[in-house]
Write a protein that binds this ligand. Structure first.
Ligand code: SF4
Ligand code: SF4
Length: 503
């Protein structure tokens, strides 16, 4: 069938600059560039281009320009280019349109409608270069009160504390599964988490034995497919996370195609090589809060009550009520993933239309747990499009204990958010299991880039806290007085629990 699709991108090659070195030919995993021997020229098949920009970045003479195709349909606010293209794709394929990474719809990013406070005259700001600033964060159930015993000039804590995760900054790497990304990416995340004093999350694909040495910095995930879950996996992690839902695709499962299930991945996931890894939509043993409680306590029992247990849900309409149930079921941490959360593969229609923004979900969950007097029973970790340190600070002031970052971490490694992760040919060597392409990520370099990102954000968080006159992240947590909304409706402000700027 002849395709009626327009190329998404135009490839412009400046022949004055091009030296026919063929770097672009070798780097492009979509066969966009090719060498024409007869004409001794490098040429393009631009209909293959996904806009990953690898060629343009690596071209030694900067001869390439990759530009979104300006040829488009007649302007129409209802029948946009995206909606016309989607119909043409489906008319040709008869299938579900897949995509990767996070939702790119122009929905409100509430972080951009919320501004932070700064001290002026009456409450002096603090200079983080001269004064100590505490951003260390502990995740887990906190006691309502502490008992301290005094005796012969010494004080000792007599309250028995629940297991906690200790983070040097309130940022962790979100669940990214081995199989969705290459081993080198998993290793890079593990190394950076270990070096920076935080945690990476294995995602639902298990943990390769070669990375068990980073177990102290791993949150091991138990998802509906139970891939890679056995006693040693539960034992090696610092915490266990039960995955119920994911922000990018609430309510549906996952599918890792058989061709991505290599020998190493089959060993880690504990499934035969080359078979599709299908994660069911629900956990088949969880149909109620009571069922969830049984799994939480089964994991606690299996790990000697020594590790916090987290439950991850997608942010949906009734997240606050669900979160309340999760706390009462015995979870130590709730991970809440909003509509802008990323994925390796999801139906586009689900990614773009199901779920709610993390800002609203976070504010309502935090408020509900406070209203019920159970906020201290579990920590709240949020994810779903956290882009910079200001988003982190705003999330914490809205009530989060910490954030998970995923897309930002992959961008630090090289990702250009081309959204074609589901094709398994990521030119940056990230969302692929192809051994040749995977080598493009060097764990030593990638982990350094990740550590640098965490360090940079930590410095900025301290700067912003200092500007507010706050020297401890504990004083920022849930401190909505430090936030003001701009251009938001009364209803939005009331859900966020912040006042409008000027008030
Ligand atoms: S990488 Fe640049 S210089 Fe080399 S062949 Fe491609 S366009 Fe030409
Ligand atoms: S991980 Fe790779 S395929 Fe996925 S969006 Fe980033 S660059 Fe594109």
């Amino acid at each position: 069938m002849k395709s009626y699709m327009l190329p998404e991108f135009n490839v412009y090659r400046d022949l004055e600059r091009c030296v026919s070195c063929q770097v672009c030919v070798n780097q492009c995993t979509y066969m966009v560039h090719y060498y024409d021997e007869e004409e001794d020229l490098v040429k393009s098949r631009e209909e293959n281009c996904v806009g990953c920009l690898r060629c343009a970045m690596l071209c030694p003479t900067k001869a390439l320009k990759i530009v979104p195709n300006p040829t488009s349909y007649r302007e129409n606010h209802h029948w946009t280019r995206e909606s016309i293209s989607a119909i043409k794709v489906q008319a040709e394929s008869g299938g579900v349109i897949l995509t990767g990474m996070g939702c790119d719809k122009p929905q409100y990013t509430y972080w951009d409608r919320i501004v932070l406070n700064a001290s002026q005259v009456t409450n002096p700001s603090i200079d983080p270069l001269r004064e100590p600033m505490e951003i260390r964060t502990f995740l887990g159930k906190k006691p309502k009160e502490l008992s301290i015993e005094a005796g012969s000039g010494r004080y000792s804590l007599t309250t028995e504390l629940s297991p906690q995760l200790k983070l040097e900054m309130p940022i962790m790497f979100t669940a990214i599964s081995y199989g969705a990304v290459s081993f080198n990416v998993h290793e890079s995340l593990a190394m950076a988490a270990s070096e920076s004093g935080t945690y990476f999350n294995t995602g639902e694909g298990g943990l390769d034995r070669r990375l068990y040495r980073y177990g102290d910095h791993a949150i091991v995930q138990v998802a509906s497919g139970r891939f890679g879950v056995d006693p040693s996996y539960l034992e090696v992690g610092a915490a266990v996370e039960i995955k119920i839902g994911q922000g990018a695709k609430p309510g549906i499962g996952g599918h890792l195609p058989g061709e991505k299930v290599s020998r190493e991945i089959s060993r880690t996931r504990m499934i035969p090589k080359g078979t599709d890894a299908l994660s069911p939509a629900p956990q088949h043993d969880i149909y109620s809060i009571e069922d969830l409680s049984q799994l939480i306590y089964a994991i606690k029992e299996a790990t000697g009550y020594a590790k916090p247990v987290s439950v991850k849900i997608a942010a949906v309409h009734n997240s606050a009520a669900i979160a309340s149930g999760i706390v009462r079921a015995g979870a130590d941490i709730i991970a809440l993933d909003g509509i802008r959360g990323s994925t390796g593969a999801a139906p586009k229609i689900i990614r773009d239309n199901v779920g709610i923004p993390i800002e609203l979900a976070l504010a309502s969950v935090d408020q509900r747990l406070r209203d019920e007097g159970i906020r201290n029973e579990a920590s709240l970790v949020v994810a779903g499009g956290v882009r910079n340190s200001a988003d982190v600070v705003k999330a914490i002031a809205l009530g989060a204990d910490a954030v998970y970052i995923g897309t930002a971490a992959l961008i630090a490694i090289g990702c250009t958010v081309c959204q074609k992760c589901y094709m398994g040919r990521c030119p940056w060597g990230i969302a692929t299991t192809d051994p040749w392409i995977s080598k493009r990520v060097n764990p030593l370099i990638a982990s350094k880039r990740l550590s640098n990102l965490l360090r940079a954000w930590s410095l900025e968080i301290k700067e912003m806290m200092g500007g507010m006159g706050i020297n401890s992240i504990e004083s920022l947590r849930g401190n909505r007085e430090m936030l003001r909304g701009v251009g938001l409706t009364d209803k939005e402000l009331s859900i966020l629990g912040v006042r409008h700027a000027g008030e």
